[in-house]
Design a protein around this ligand. Structure first.
Ligand code: NAD
Ligand code: MG
Length: 297
């Protein structure tokens, strides 16, 4: 277990992941990930920074979204998470951690690749939480392909709809519920700046998410709503072994960044807490990189 608070060398704060060979169907499960990822279950300490907030996190069942859900709950927020039908086991685990923090957990099974489902997600989150003031657009899919010629119409459509269309749909549906002081946080990626040749469709959506964030931020600050993004580097989550990377690349996952290791979901949560909380009142339209030193310019 890592300690997130004592001063130490960040290079060795978490072990080198060195994953063995593994493949999961899409979407992957945290329950099947080897080695298991660290979402801050045993380490994250809240200090009331989100007391009374009502947050929706898409894809909060696993990976980065799960770490954010745990941190938000321990900071005092009630939390709704979305998950896909195959992810019920992961979603239940995170819901019970939210409840153990003394907060309300709302779980919404939904595929967000249609506007009707995005409308329903917002409706159920607002009903379950009794309002909404933090929206974390985190769900995403990443399927590697060797060449543009291998990207089928279906894959292109599904990646675009899940990763970027859904952000338009969810924000549009959420807006009537968001009071001044609300915060929207979008998960982009280092792929927006350094696209891997094998992740062409995915990286394109991540570039779009950055631009969407900057434009939307200017629009919504006129309502007192702040919009920002977080750009993770290589993070050990079920996205990677479920066709997110070629199998042979998995063994050295994350070694290419200056930190020399993959990040853990737990290392992302504080960035989202900062952007959700009132402490970041003057931060608008920003992308906060959490990349282990990978350059985002
Ligand atoms: P993850 O697999 O744990 O989370 C992704 C979640 O997206 C899944 O749990 C799933 O519930 C959801 N999702 C996928 N398709 C969906 C659909 N059609 N409808 C509804 N939900 C859907 O992996 P993660 O790495 O934690 O991913 C979270 C975010 O972080 C994604 O946006 C991803 O692009 C981004 N990201 C990840 C990395 C990384 O290295 N892991 C790096 C940069 C950015
Ligand atoms: Mg998942």
């Amino acid at each position: 277990m890592s300690d997130q608070y004592s001063m130490q060398d960040p290079r060795t704060q978490y072990p080198q992941v060195s994953p063995g060979e593994q493949t999961q169907p899409e979407p992957g499960l945290d329950a099947e990930l080897q080695p298991p990822a660290d979402h801050g279950e045993d380490s994250y300490r809240g200090s009331g920074r989100l007391e009374g907030r009502k947050a929706l996190i898409t894809g909060g069942d696993s990976g980065i979204g799960a770490a954010v859900a745990i941190a938000f709950a321990r900071e005092g927020a009630d939390v709704a998470i979305t998950y896909l039908p195959a992810e019920a086991e992961d979603a239940r685990r995170i819901a019970s951690l939210i409840e153990q923090a003394g907060r309300t957990a709302v779980t919404i099974e939904a595929d967000i690749s249609t506007s009707a489902e995005c409308d329903r997600v917002i409706r159920e989150a607002v009903e379950g939480l009794g309002g909404l003031d933090v929206l974390v657009n985190n769900a995403g899919r990443q399927i590697w392909t060797p060449s543009i010629e291998d990207i089928s119409d279906e894959q292109l459509d599904r990646t675009m709809k899940t990763n970027i269309y859904a952000m338009f749909w969810l924000v549009r549906a959420a807006l009537p519920h968001l009071e001044p002081g609300s915060s929207i946080i979008n998960t982009t990626s280092i792929q927006a700046y350094q696209p891997s040749p094998t992740l062409l469709d995915y990286a394109t959506t991540k570039g779009a998410i950055n631009t969407f964030t900057k434009g939307l931020a200017q629009q919504l600050i006129e309502k007192g709503i702040r919009v920002n993004a977080v750009a993770p580097g290589p993070i050990w989550t079920p996205l990677q072994p479920s066709f997110g990377q070629p199998k042979e690349k998995l063994a050295s996952f994350g070694e290419g960044v200056p930190m020399g290791r993959a990040g853990q979901p737990a290392e992302l949560a504080p960035a989202y807490v900062f952007l959700a909380s009132q402490e970041s009142s003057y931060v608008v339209g920003a992308t906060l990189p959490v990349t282990g030193g990978g350059i985002t310019a």
